[in-house]
Design a protein around this ligand. Structure first.
Ligand SMILES: NC(=O)c1ccc[n+]([C@@H]2O[C@H](COP(=O)([O-])OP(=O)(O)OC[C@H]3O[C@@H](n4cnc5c(N)ncnc54)[C@H](OP(=O)(O)O)[C@@H]3O)[C@@H](O)[C@H]2O)c1
Length: 534
């Protein structure tokens, strides 16, 4: 067996250059000597690390985590001394786990694996079954960790990844802490927690308290994979590093902001979880609120994890909680009904026949601060919608005087700034232009920046970004405890009205494959507003 100590290869130069450009901008170095920027290129993490994955053979591990780790290995970004220990209740031999690792990388890696890198990566992977409810089993688990640490030279710098169903989180965290594996409060040991982080304010507070018993806040990495997406990470760079946009992003120039996260799939295979959660908990509390924070926040004092997270928290505090009267006029919830060959929500497996769970939600929120007072923020997300798209659209006010009103001007569209998050990642600016010819005819046109074309490289997957950051101990892309709790306060206030005064905001149905309930239009404060996607 090759020794993992031999380390992983160095990144290919094209990848390095594109990351250099992205990071140069991210750290505000665009006008400085490019030589200074070189130090910002993400390098192999110096410190050794052992990554222990609870749920190491689960669905997420196979589809995302192991392929992400492999890609970090291929780019030479993993520590020289590095090992993965997969765990779960099932017992497996190391060799069986390595076959699973190989299969999942071959099936799910964004790039064709390189044989030598994959061989080397596979040899760094180990597996040990453990029963977290049994102290003797945990003692055996701790011994195996010590043995791997000594064999691979990873020396106690551990990172735990909890990627199991959420019901198991508390027991796993307690077992890791009580068996001494977290290494005490001053230890560099960290923990990554998968989504969902609680199901309301009480459960998320309890989870935070439990984590804080064994880990310090800077070592707790709560996953919201949207924060690992290229366009999402670029939002702050775009807003605060470019002088031409930021002065316009406020109530003086912006008419409204729309955040859409639309999915075409239903909930097949996830019925049991989804029917308990619904779109508000599953999508709005995390992904949509993170996008809201990034587009609405003020500039952080520095590009530093806590300064950035302070500003995000301020946005959520400004949104506040919603009264029943506000929920009545500022929220719409829906559930898809069968259409064409698509089953309705209530016909999906593991969903109750009379389920009241929403598969669609639209909200109008106010960020009532100096910058945004009076600008409506519209958020919508849903399953079985017409198109898969995640975007933020900032629509600007029209010019105050209709300058071309008297002319033969047949078409006017407001200016728009569009952040495309998926399926394609990029930024577009929509504005009006004169149609070539003798008459003054106006047409909307669009300028597009596409990530893959602009940087001539494929973006790393969100999980690559996030795992790399957690291994490096950098936590600006992970939500902080106070912001998670604040977001649950908003969600709970909406749920309370939906659950206890349901007549105020009844559950509507929409045909599968449509854009959701028509009533979502009633949220608009200006009758000329339309839902926007590029
Ligand atoms: N799958 C996705 O695409 C996806 C996307 C976003 C977020 N997530 C989140 O990621 C987490 C994992 O999702 P998943 O789809 O991978 O779940 P999964 O396949 O149902 O479970 C993952 C693994 O957890 C292990 N496990 C369950 N209970 C355990 C316990 N008490 N102690 C130790 N291991 C235990 C299981 O292995 P054993 O049977 O061997 O114990 C299982 O293989 C969930 O929180 C989910 O919400 C998943």
């Amino acid at each position: 067996m090759d020794s993992p100590d031999s380390g992983f290869p160095i990144p290919d130069s094209r990848f390095q250059i594109s990351l250099l450009v992205v990071l140069a901008y991210a750290y505000g170095m665009s006008n400085q000597d490019p030589l200074q920027v070189e130090s910002l290129v993400p390098r192999r993490i110096d410190e050794p690390r052992l990554l222990v994955i609870f749920g190491g053979a689960g669905d997420l591990a196979q589809k995302k985590l192991l392929p992400a780790l492999y890609n970090l290995a291929q780019d030479g970004l993993l520590p020289k001394k590095f090992a993965v220990l997969g765990t779960g209740r099932t017992h497996r031999a190391d060799d069986d786990y390595r076959s699973l690792v190989r299969d999942s990388v071959q099936k799910h890696s964004r790039r064709k694996p390189q044989a030598n890198v994959l061989n080397q990566f596979e040899q760094c992977c180990f597996y040990q079954g453990a029963d977290v409810a049994d102290a003797a089993s945990m003692a055996g688990f701790a011994q195996r960790i010590a043995k791997i640490e000594s064999q691979c030279g990873t020396g106690g710098a551990r990172l735990f990844y909890v990627s199991t169903p959420p019901e198991a989180y508390a027991e796993i965290i307690t077992a890791v802490g009580d068996s001494g594996l977290s290494g005490g409060k001053d230890s560099p040991t960290g923990i990554i927690i998968e989504k969902p982080f609680g199901s309301d304010l009480n459960t998320s507070t309890a989870l935070n308290e439990l984590l804080n018993r064994y880990f310090t806040e800077p070592r707790i990495y709560r996953i919201d994979h949207y924060l690992g997406k290229e366009t999402v990470q670029n939002l702050l760079v775009f807003r605060f590093i470019n002088a031409i946009f930021e002065p316009l992003l406020n109530r003086h120039y912006v008419h409204d902001v729309q955040i859409t996260v639309a999915e075409t799939e239903g909930i097949a295979g996830r019925g049991a979880y989804y029917d308990q959660a619904g779109a508000l908990r599953d999508m709005v509390q995390n992904h949509l609120f993170q996008l809201l924070c990034l587009i609405a926040m003020d500039a952080p004092v520095r590009f530093d994890a806590d300064d950035i997270r302070d500003e995000k928290l301020a946005v959520l505090k400004t949104v506040g909680t919603l009264t029943p009267e506000q929920v009545q006029v500022q929220s719409v919830r829906g559930q898809y009904a069968a259409a064409g060959d698509m089953a309705g929500y209530r016909q999906e497996k593991a969903v109750k026949a009379d389920s009241q769970t929403e598969s669609y939600v639209a909200l109008r929120l106010d960020v009532a601060n100096q910058r945004w007072a009076g600008v409506p923020f519209y958020l919508r997300t849903g399953k079985r919608l017409a198109r898969k798209v995640s975007e933020i659209v900032v629509t600007f006010r029209r010019e105050p005087v209709p300058l071309l009103g008297g002319l033969d001007c047949n078409w006017r569209d407001p200016n728009k700034l569009i952040f495309r998050i998926q399926p394609s990642e990029g930024i577009s600016i929509a504005f009006d232009a004169k149609l070539p010819g003798q008459r003054m005819l106006i047409r909307p046109v669009q300028m597009d920046m596409d990530y893959n074309r602009a940087f001539d490289t494929q973006s790393p997957e969100a999980y690559e970004m996030l795992i790399f950051n957690a291994l490096a101990g950098e936590n600006s892309h992970f939500p902080r405890a106070d912001a998670v709790e604040q977001s649950w306060k908003i969600i709970d206030s909406i749920r309370q009205t939906w659950d206890h005064q349901s007549k105020l905001s009844p559950l509507l149905t929409y045909p599968a494959g449509s854009w959701g309930p028509d009533a979502a239009r009633n949220l608009f404060t200006d009758p000329e507003t339309r839902w926007q996607t590029s």
